[in-house]
Design a protein around this ligand. Structure first.
Ligand code: ATP
Ligand code: MG
Length: 575
C-alpha cells in the first residue's frame, strides 16, 4: 500500500478525552474513530489489526474443534425470559421494541441463542460433544464507558459455547479452551496470567479470567510466588484470623463522641483496629427496582468488605444492591450512621464475616449516637443471618493455599472461560437422549474473548513515548519503506524495487511516498509502530539503505539485497 493513496489521518495532539496510552495512541494513529461515548469505528490500519487478532482466534478455535457460526445481535426477549435473565440483567442490557411493541435486546452475550440452537438441533448423545463459536458485535450499555476500546458499549467478542454429555466431558472441553486461550494470547504478544475468577451463583473453581498485566487494568489480581495460587481479588479466598481463646468479658457501653470512623474510635479507646468491627449498610431492590430490604455487613475493623462475595452470599444480582441512606435505614432497623454495630439491629439481614465469631471482646457501634460497645462477642451478644467470608484478600495477607504473603497486580481482563454446567440447559430445556433413550441435560461451558479490548491491551503493553510498537503477528503492516526524497529518481526506483520484492515474498508493506519532510515521515512511522523500517535516502545511488526495527534503537546501513532478505526473514519468523 502506498501511503500517498491510503486514508490515514494521524493526530499530533493528544485527544482530550483519552487518559491511557492505548486510547491516546489508537486515536492518534487514526486506527479508531469515536462516534459517541463508548462507540468506535475502525479505520484501515485499525481494522487490519482487528482482523489479524480474529484470524489468530479462528485458527486456534478451529484447531480445538470449534465450529464457527454467526448469530444476530438482535435477540428476542422471550428467550431471555426463559432463562430468567430478562429481569435480572439490569440496565446494561440494551433493550428495544419493534413497531409492533415486541421486545428485543442487543446481545451482550449469547448463551440463550446458542442453547436454543442445540435444544432444537441436538437429539442424540451421538451428536455430542460440540463446540460452536462466533466472532460478533456485542452491546452493553456500560455505566461508565471509558478508556476507548477497553470498556466500550459496542465491542467485538469471540464467544464460544461447549455442549457435553456430562461433567467429565465439560472438564475436557474447558481444558481445551484454556489451552487455546493460552496459545491465542501468546500469539498476540501479550504478557498475561490466567487467574481463578468469580463464578457468581454457580460457585466452585469453575472459571478463569485471562488477564493481561498492566497498570491501567481494571482487574486486580492476587497471586502467590511460593505456590501457583492466582485469583481475582473479588474471588480470592481469605484465611480467617486465628480464633482467640480469651475469656469473654462483660459487654460495656462507652461514650465515644464524634468517633465515626474505625481509626477515630480505635485511637480514642486506645485499641488496635483488629479489636474493632466495621459495619457497612445496604439497601436492596427487587426485579422492578423497588426497595425490598436492608442489609448490614460486618467485617473486622482493619478489613475491607468484598462486594462480590457479599452479593454471592445474598444470592442477588450485583445491580440490585446499593449503599443505604443511613437515616432512612435507621428508622426501620435502628442503625445509626457511624455508630452501627450488630447488637440491637433489627429488621435487616445481618451478614457476618467468617472470622468474627472466633474473635473475642471486639468493639462495635452501639446503635446510639456517640456510643460504642466494648467486649462484643458472637453468639452471646449478636448473631448473623449469614456467616461467610466477605472480606478482601489484601497484599501481604497469607495465601489461602500455602500461607506465604500474597502479592497484588493489576491487569486487563481479555478473556474468560466458564463452566456453566446445566444452568441454561435446565431453564431452557436443552436435552439429549442417552443410550437408553432417556432424556439427559446437556452440560455447557462458555468462553469469551474481547477482540477489541485485546487490541487495546496489546498497545498498552507495547508502546513507548513515540508511539506503538506492534508485535509482528498483529501489526497492520509488517514493514514500511520510507523514501526521504520522493522526487529523487534513484530513491524512488530503489524503493519501488524493495516494495515489489517484499510484497512478492508475502510481506505486508507500506511505501511512504508522500511529499512530506523526512522528519514527519519518521515520526509517523514511529507512531504507527510498523515493526520493520527500511529507509531509502542518499545511499540509494550506491545500493545502500537503512534497516531498523521499531523495537530497537540501532539502525544499520545495509545493501538493498540484505535489507530485503532481513525483512523477509524476521517477518516469516514472527508473523
Ligand atoms: P468486565 O468485568 O470487564 O465488565 P465481563 O466479565 O463482564 O467484563 P464477559 O462477560 O466475561 O465480560 O465478556 C467476555 C470478554 O469480553 C471479557 O473478558 C472482555 O475481554 C470483553 N468485554 C466485556 N465487556 C467489555 C466492554 N464493555 N468493552 C470491551 N470489551 C469487553
Ligand atoms: Mg468476565
Amino acid at each position: 500500500m502506498r501511503l500517498s493513496k491510503m486514508h490515514l489521518k494521524t493526530l499530533r495532539e493528544v485527544p482530550n478525552e483519552a487518559e491511557i496510552p492505548s486510547h491516546i495512541l489508537l486515536l492518534r494513529t487514526g486506527m479508531i474513530r469515536k462516534l459517541v461515548s463508548g462507540v468506535y469505528g475502525f479505520m484501515p490500519l485499525g481494522w487490519r489489526s482487528i482482523r489479524k487478532i480474529e484470524d489468530i482466534i479462528r485458527q486456534e478455535m478451529d484447531r480445538s474443534g470449534g465450529q464457527e457460526i454467526h448469530m444476530s445481535a438482535v435477540q428476542p426477549a422471550e428467550l431471555w425470559e426463559e432463562s430468567g435473565r430478562w429481569s435480572v440483567y439490569g440496565p446494561e442490557l440494551w433493550r428495544l421494541k419493534d413497531r409492533h411493541g415486541r421486545e428485543f435486546c442487543l446481545g451482550p452475550t449469547h448463551e440463550e441463542i446458542f442453547t436454543d440452537i442445540v435444544r432444537s438441533d441436538i437429539s442424540s448423545y451421538r451428536q455430542l460433544p460440540m463446540n460452536l463459536y462466533q466472532i460478533q458485535t456485542k452491546y452493553r450499555d456500560e455505566a461508565r464507558p471509558r478508556f476507548g476500546l477497553m470498556r466500550s458499549r459496542e465491542f467485538i467478542m469471540k464467544d464460544a459455547y461447549s455442549f457435553d454429555l456430562d461433567q467429565e466431558g465439560l472438564d475436557k472441553s474447558y481444558e481445551d479452551m484454556y489451552a487455546a486461550y493460552d496459545r491465542i494470547f501468546t500469539r498476540c504478544g501479550l504478557t498475561f496470567r490466567p487467574v481463578e475468577a468469580d463464578s457468581g451463583a454457580i460457585g466452585g473453581s469453575n472459571s478463569h479470567e485471562f488477564t493481561a498485566l498492566s497498570e491501567v487494568g481494571e482487574s486486580e489480581i492476587a497471586y502467590c510466588e511460593a505456590c501457583d495460587m492466582a485469583a481475582t481479588v473479588e474471588r480470592a479466598a481469605c484465611v480467617d484470623a486465628a480464633a482467640s481463646s480469651e475469656p469473654e468479658l462483660p459487654m460495656e457501653e462507652v461514650h465515644t463522641p464524634g468517633t465515626k470512623t474505625i481509626e477515630e474510635v480505635a485511637g480514642f479507646l486506645g485499641l488496635s483496629q483488629e479489636q474493632t468491627m466495621k459495619a457497612l449498610l445496604f439497601v436492596t431492590y427487587d426485579d422492578e427496582g423497588k426497595e425490598n430490604g436492608y442489609v448490614a455487613a460486618f467485617v473486622r475493623g482493619d478489613r475491607e468488605l468484598n462486594m462480590t462475595k457479599l452479593v454471592n452470599a445474598l444470592d442477588i444480582p450485583e445491580h440490585s444492591i446499593e449503599f443505604a441512606d443511613e437515616e432512612k435505614m435507621g428508622a426501620v432497623t435502628g442503625c445509626v450512621g457511624g455508630f452501627t454495630g450488630p447488637v440491637g439491629l433489627h429488621d435487616c439481614r445481618i451478614v457476618v464475616d467468617s472470622e468474627l465469631p472466633g474473635l473475642k471482646n471486639l468493639c462495635a457501634g452501639a446503635c446510639k449516637v456517640d456510643h460504642h460497645l466494648k467486649n462484643v462477642n458472637y453468639g452471646r451478644d449478636y448473631k448473623g443471618d449469614i456467616v461467610t467470608d466477605i472480606k478482601v484478600l489484601k497484599e501481604g495477607d497469607p495465601c489461602p493455599v500455602c500461607g506465604a504473603p500474597v502479592k497484588h497486580a493489576r491487569g486487563i481482563e481479555v478473556g474468560q472461560v466458564f463452566k456453566l454446567g446445566t444452568k441454561y440447559s435446565q431453564s431452557m430445556g436443552a436435552v439429549y437422549k442417552d443410550e437408553n433413550q432417556k432424556d439427559q441435560l446437556i452440560v455447557m461451558g462458555c468462553y469469551g474473548i474481547g477482540v477489541t479490548r485485546t487490541l487495546a491491551a496489546v498497545v498498552e503493553q507495547h508502546h513507548d513515548e513515540n508511539g506503538i510498537i506492534w508485535p509482528m503477528a498483529i501489526a497492520p503492516y509488517h514493514a514500511i519503506i520510507t523514501v526521504m526524497k520522493p522526487d529523487d529518481e534513484t530513491q524512488i526506483q530503489v524503493a519501488e524495487q524493495i516494495y515489489q520484492e517484499l510484497g512478492g515474498a508475502g510481506v505486508e508493506v507500506l511505501l511512504d511516498d508522500r511529499k512530506e519532510r523526512p522528519g514527519v515521515k519518521f515520526k509517523d512511522a514511529d507512531l504507527l509502530g510498523i515493526p520493520v523500517r527500511i529507509t531509502v535516502g542518499r545511499g540509494a545511488a550506491q545500493g545502500l539503505v537503512e534497516y531498523k526495527l521499531r523495537r530497537d534503537a540501532e539502525k544499520e546501513e545495509v545493501s538493498v539485497e540484505e535489507g530485503i532478505a532481513r525483512a523477509i526473514e524476521i517477518v516469516n519468523k514472527e508473523k
